[in-house]
Ligand binder design. Structure first.
Ligand code: ZN
Length: 229
């Protein structure tokens, strides 16, 4: 059974000089989620969005927010991210000694739990936390910066994660792809089983498209990209 494909906008790629205009265009284009990257300067060598920005966004629009914590010891931030309005909350399995407990904390905070895997992290690390998640984020680039190129082996990894989920009775767990989700890369990602697409500078915020046109272009691509059986 194929899953509905959700299209997300990576807010880190928005124009911050006119953020409310971008949010209105995303809303008009019918984007499904805003993807909020939180970085701490430790897990990744960068800083990015924060909880006060999430609260500002919530005052401007009601697009659901999906919060990606690229931080060490995410336990410290889970409650604040949930309070700031995250519907989905994703932690990195590499960022905590206690991923199962952190995933439980996400659910207790009222959010939906996701776990992200860096490019070198094998899918097998999910084996004993499958009952604790609703989403796996396959990082298709190394986390920490926008505008990077897809690591080719990650396309195969999407399929490996999908097979691990399906063969263990976790067909309902969705796969999110994050990193260079471009017009060119989307068909292969969807064919391998990705159903939440985080679009940044290579699709939703592509410089040659208006935001609603870019969302439409992604939607058309999704409609013609079948999941390989
Ligand atoms: Zn992200």
């Amino acid at each position: 059974m194929s899953k509905p494909i959700r299209i997300e906008a990576s807010v880190a790629c928005a124009n911050f000089a006119a953020l409310d205009a971008d949010l209105k265009q995303l809303s008009a284009g019918g984007i499904d989620y805003l993807h909020i990257d939180i970085m701490d300067g430790r897990f990744v060598d960068n800083f990015c969005l924060d909880f006060s920005l999430m609260q500002t966004i919530r005052r401007i629009c009601d697009i659901p927010m999906d919060c990606h914590l690229m931080v060490e010891e995410p336990e410290r931030f889970i409650d604040r991210a949930a309070q700031a309005g995250a519907e989905w909350l994703t932690i990195h399995v590499e960022a905590t000694h206690h991923p199962q407990r952190a995933l439980q904390q996400i659910r207790e905070a009222g959010a939906r739990a996701g776990v992200a895997l860096n490019p070198a992290t094998p899918p097998e690390c999910l084996n004993y936390i499958l009952d604790d998640i609703e989403m796996v984020t396959v990082m298709t680039v190394n986390p920490g910066a926008v505008g990077q190129r897809l690591i080719p082996a990650m396309v195969r990894k999407i399929g490996d994660v999908r097979r691990l989920l399906d063969s263990s009775g976790h067909e309902d767990v969705v796969i999110q792809v994050d990193g260079n989700v471009s017009f060119a890369n989307i068909p292969a990602m969807v064919a391998e089983g990705a159903s939440m697409l985080v679009g940044g500078t290579s699709s939703i915020f592509h410089k040659d498209y208006s935001i609603p046109d870019a969302i439409n272009a992604v939607r058309k691509l999704v409609e013609t990209s079948g999941r390989a059986q």
